[in-house]
Design a protein around this ligand. Structure first.
Ligand code: MTE
Length: 391
């Protein structure tokens, strides 16, 4: 601070007056000084807000948990605040006893709480061909990580006497107008990881995120995390519903489409410094970011500040959890010269996050889903940071 700093010499009102009473905000809100940190729609991306996406402001978050009010939203047909008293979950198909559960029925069952990331398969989807968006919020903000509470779907299927021999798939259906139906392989459910969840970050789900009930399918692309979950059908083959046959398929370089590529492969991104931010001066910076893998735990993140020539190993902050976001940090002393910042993650299956050259060689440039390429942020002498691609 400068000499004679009024912030020290003059007493502010908060040191000389009575503060606000308790419960002035019965449900707490962030400081008014943090109002710029918001979910945002990417300008021009979609024509109607009811079938759109709002992105999480990753550049302003710490640790791994996404505050519920900043969890990204993706709706195909808008969201509703569904009355939990009128919501039902029906189980049918290859089961001994078909059943209908009320929310009260579900909330009496033994529950578990688990921290997982959810990433839309279309995250970073605008960048397949070239740089398209300026900030990490728009390039990677269809990613959130929360603690989800609910009942393993396996428990509910056991109660209904599911035929696990013939019934190798389930269909999950949402109660909104989008007819959202997704096939989930029974192996995932038998692992006990798939949850019928009502809780998120210690409270009930937010309406935008599927209140009062959604499916949690760790490691799998967001579209399978069916919101406002109303029906589970056990069947003997994949359904090839519209969101599996026409959407959420990968256009390959040979012109064919690949179906049922559901797992979100290992990926990472530096969240600060990132596109649209400004470095004030040369000197010390903490480079910070997130890494995640739909196959398990992140085991290592390397960071380059020279566009991929040299790499240094970043610190993984605890907790490092399976199929959850992992925070990494690394020290950096900026010499004031142009730099290109990149991160590259590795998971416990040994998979290494690919560069754009490698990814495009396998997948081409006209796909939408599953872009997990290494992200590059360019820093110029003025300190401005922008989105670039390095092959
Ligand atoms: N479930 C229903 N019923 N309707 C939807 O539109 N969108 C899906 C999925 N589940 C959707 C849905 C998609 S594409 C994604 S990426 C995730 O929900 C987004 O979850 P979120 O809005 O909680 O971030």
């Amino acid at each position: 601070a400068v000499q004679g700093d009024p912030a020290i010499l003059e007493l502010p009102s908060w040191s000389t007056t009575l503060g606000m009473p308790v419960a002035a905000n019965p449900y707490g809100l962030p400081s008014r000084y943090e109002r710029a940190l918001q979910r945002r729609e990417s300008p021009g991306l979609t024509r109607v807000g009811g079938s759109s996406v709002s992105f999480t402001p990753l550049q302003g978050l710490f640790g791994i948990i996404t505050p519920s009010g900043l969890h990204f939203e993706r709706h195909h047909q808008g969201w509703h605040d569904v009355d939990p008293a009128r919501h039902r979950l029906m189980i049918n198909g290859l089961v001994k006893t078909q059943a209908v559960f009320t929310m009260d029925d579900i909330m009496r069952l033994p529950s578990v709480s688990r921290i997982h990331f959810i990433e839309c398969g279309a995250n970073t989807g605008m960048e397949w061909g070239n740089v398209a968006v300026p900030t990490v919020q728009y390039s990677h903000g269809m990613l959130s990580c929360s603690e989800f509470t609910g009942v393993p779907l396996k428990e509910i299927l056991d109660m209904c006497g599911a035929d696990y021999k013939k019934g190798r798939y389930v269909l999950a259906e949402g109660a909104d107008g989008s007819s959202m139906t997704r096939t989930i392989p029974m192996e995932l459910i038998e692992s006990g990881e798939v949850l019928v969840a009502y809780g998120m970050n210690g409270e009930m789900l937010r309406p935008e995120n599927g209140y009062p009930l959604r499916l949690v399918v760790p490691g799998v692309q967001g579209v399978s995390w069916v919101k406002w979950l109303r029906r589970i059908e056990v069947g003997d083959q994949p359904w090839a519903s519209k969101d599996e046959a026409v959407h959420y398929i990968d256009l390959m370089p040979d012109g064919q489409h690949r179906q049922y590529s559901s797992i979100q492969e290992c990926k990472s991104v530096i969240t600060t410094p990132s596109g649209g931010q400004l470095l004030l001066d040369k000197g010390f910076y903490n480079i910070s970011g997130l890494a995640w893998s739909g196959r398990g735990k992140v085991t290592r993140v390397d960071v380059s500040t020279d566009g991929g020539i040299n790499w240094r190993q970043a610190r993984l902050e605890t907790p490092v959890l399976s199929k959850a976001s992992t925070r990494f940090n690394i020290d950096w002393v900026w010499d004031g010269k142009p730099a290109i910042l990149q991160s590259r993650a590795v998971d416990d299956s040994g998979y290494v996050q690919p560069g754009y050259g490698q990814l495009r060689a396998a997948r081409g440039t006209r796909s939408i889903y599953h872009n997990n390429a290494i992200q590059s942020w360019k820093v110029v002498e003025s300190g401005e940071v922008s989105n670039v691609q390095v092959l």
